[in-house]
Ligand binder design. Structure first.
Ligand code: RIB
Length: 298
């Protein structure tokens, strides 16, 4: 049965510590509050989509270790389909997350199993329908991204690429992307332009619909014909920004998959991002459909 949202991407165990401020190169600082949470951009986005009410499947790779067991248990608990999750011999991905008092973070990802070349283990017909939104980020090997986008595009799904972390992308990939979501740093890294406004226009000329997330300032939607619509940010009590961008992407995908137009979907996605920064951790901070409704003012 096709899913509303299919997320291809990384799944990590996040090891998180709190610090007064992120250390400079060569500096040692004392931290506190070591915690471990499920994370990874792919899994975060899948959880966000599922909690926002979309039937969701995850496509990814985890190790045959305890951490892999834990991530699979999280997916089951969240009601995410795991038919297309493969277990491989490499250790499950790990992210070392340092969160400073302002809520900003610094992250090192050790891909482990996420770096496996393993492709889709299921038939496309089991995953994609014409109303499916396919979501992928760039924390897994590029050939897997290309394979996923090609399959989803061929099946008529809407392809949403979250180009995080940014890396050079082939034109053939961008030609199959319907909606590109980037933050300002990523838009600049992808285009080489150091002016975010110009970078967004360049990306929109390539892809069509580009959404640039602006953190506390909300997001802008830029189209290929140059039109630009802003969705203002929501005030929030920031404790940890980890996963806020993933909440945005997952909720955007869930809204688009259930027939919501892009302006309204952006409104819900910004509300979701503002809720995610108010809780610690990535997966633990993903909001529910009702919480998004309240924050979005519906
Ligand atoms: O976007 C936040 C995520 O980036 C974390 O959960 C971490 O695992 C890294 O993938």
């Amino acid at each position: 049965m096709p899913f509303d949202v299919v997320v291809l991407g990384s799944a990590n165990i996040d090891v998180v510590v709190q610090v007064a401020r992120i250390p400079a190169p060569g500096e040692t600082v004392l931290g506190a509050g070591r915690a471990q949470h499920p994370g990874g951009k792919g899994l975060n986005q899948a959880v966000a989509a599922a909690r926002a009410g979309a039937s969701t499947a995850f496509v990814g790779t985890v190790g045959r270790d305890r951490e892999g067991d834990l991530l699979l248990a999280t997916m089951r608990t969240e009601g995410i389909d795991i038919t297309a999750v493969t277990r491989v011999d490499e250790p499950t991905g790990t992210a070392l997350v340092v969160v400073q008092e302002s809520g900003e973070n610094s992250i090192v990802v050790v891909p482990g199993a996420n770096g496996s070349p393993t492709g889709f283990p299921t038939e496309d017909a089991e995953l994609f329908g014409p109303k499916t939104v396919f979501v992928v980020q760039l924390e897994i090997p590029l050939p897997r991204v290309l394979e996923g986008v090609a399959r989803a595009h061929a099946a008529g799904a809407l392809v949403l690429l979250n180009a995080a972390p940014a890396r050079p992308l082939p034109d053939s990939l961008l030609a199959s992307v319907d909606v590109l979501v980037v933050n300002e740093h990523e838009s600049v890294a992808l285009t080489g332009s150091d002016d975010p406004g110009q970078a967004a226009r360049v990306l929109a000329a390539w892809v069509g619909d580009v959404v640039v997330t602006l953190g506390a300032e909300g997001a802008v939607h830029v189209t290929g014909d140059g039109s630009r619509t802003s969705e203002p940010g929501r005030s929030a009590d920031v404790v940890d920004t980890t996963g806020a961008g993933d909440a945005f992407v997952g909720v955007l995908a869930a809204a688009l998959a259930t027939g919501t137009g892009l302006p309204r979907a952006l409104h819900r996605a910004v509300a979701a991002g503002s809720l995610a920064v108010e809780k610690r951790g990535a997966v633990p901070s993903m909001p529910t459909y009702d919480e998004i409704d309240v924050r979005a003012g519906q």
